[in-house]
Design a binder for this molecule. Structure first.
Ligand SMILES: NC(=O)c1ccc[n+]([C@@H]2O[C@H](COP(=O)([O-])OP(=O)(O)OC[C@H]3O[C@@H](n4cnc5c(N)ncnc54)[C@H](OP(=O)(O)O)[C@@H]3O)[C@@H](O)[C@H]2O)c1
Length: 288
């Protein structure tokens, strides 16, 4: 596949799934923005990618998803420079860190994994809409299953439960992807919104995980884990509203296939409620 002339943004692409996603798009010829919070790590990733060969272009953009002003500043830079955006990959994430809040006061996992990406997509919406065939791919997780949205705990009002908060953020991500798809279609927009997850893949994401729990997991490589994201980004038969993940037992590993969406993410009233709340809270300019 030749992606020359196409522009992609991959958040959190200095390492892990994002790195492998950005590398693949670059190798296929796209201009790829590495939207990352740490300049040194991002520039190092760009150097490593270049040694692997590619015909595209790699650009570092500073993006801290834990700050809505940083999300706006990054988006403004892209809007100033670019006239198209083919792929927005909402990939960056954190899992079970110590308790903290974003600059805007959200519980850190909910704020980075969901709120930051919601705002980013909203700021870049017009550019996506101006680009025929554009897609937004948002990373969720097996952890969205069995999770719940607690509107009374977005700001860490309750005692911190690291796994519950991670699950909530990943459920919010897939609800966002599905609600975006629904609103796009019902309002006649051509952008496609899909979700993806990498099963269990060995990355920095596990850095706060208990050693025994980590040892019990069978992990794919980050490159293998990036394949469902790439399928959602690139497959011609992929459609808005789909969720891609590995096809093995419990979707923990395997080749890209359509994945199971938990009933919690299919409650249309709740999805709409979360969307309306996020839109009002972030003040971003989605047209719906
Ligand atoms: N690996 C898995 O098994 C697995 C399973 C299910 C879902 N996922 C999802 O897959 C996605 C990628 O995760 P990964 O496994 O590749 O993890 P990773 O190796 O830890 O990479 C996460 C990326 O997100 C970046 N990031 C964290 N906080 C950020 C912030 N405030 N602003 C901007 N970037 C930020 C990180 O930057 P730094 O390097 O600067 O920290 C890093 O580039 C996540 O959404 C995760 O929830 C992964």
């Amino acid at each position: 596949m030749n992606l020359s002339g196409k522009i992609a943004i991959v958040t959190g692409s200095n390492t892990g799934i994002g790195y492998e996603t950005a590398l693949d798009l670059y190798q296929k010829g796209a201009k790829v923005y590495l939207a990352c919070r740490n300049e040194e790590k991002a520039l190092d990733a760009i150097e490593r990618m270049k040694t692997q060969g590619g015909t595209g272009e790699l650009v570092y953009g500073h993006l801290d998803l834990a700050s809505l002003s940083s999300v706006k500043a990054f988006s403004d830079q892209v809007l100033e420079k670019e006239t198209r955006l083919d792929l927005l990959v909402n990939n960056a994430g954190i899992m079970i860190p110590p308790p903290s809040k974003t600059e805007d006061g959200f519980e850190i996992q909910f704020g980075v994994n969901f709120i930051g990406h919601f705002a980013l997509t909203g700021h870049l919406f017009n550019l996506l809409e101006a680009t025929k065939g554009s897609r937004v791919v948002t990373l969720s997780s097996i952890a969205h299953r069995g999770s719940a949205i607690d509107f009374d705990n977005f700001h860490l009002e309750k005692e911190y439960n690291h796994w519950r908060e991670y699950g909530q953020s990943k459920l919010a991500d897939i609800m966002f992807a599905l609600e975006l798809d629904k609103r796009l279609r019902s309002n006649g927009y051509q952008i496609m919104s899909l979700a993806a997850h990498p099963g269990f893949s060995e990355t920095d994401l596990q850095k706060y995980m208990d050693e025994d729990m980590l040892a019990s997991l069978e992990l794919m490589t980050a490159k293998e884990g990036a394949q469902p994201t790439l399928a959602a980004c690139l497959r011609e038969d992929a459609k808005g509203g789909q969720y891609w993940g590995p096809d093995g037992p419990n979707e923990q590993k395997g080749k890209p296939a359509l994945a199971k969406i938990d009933a919690a993410a299919l409650d249309e009233n709740l999805n709409a409620k979360l969307w309306d709340w996020a839109k009002e809270t972030t003040g971003v300019n989605f047209p719906f």
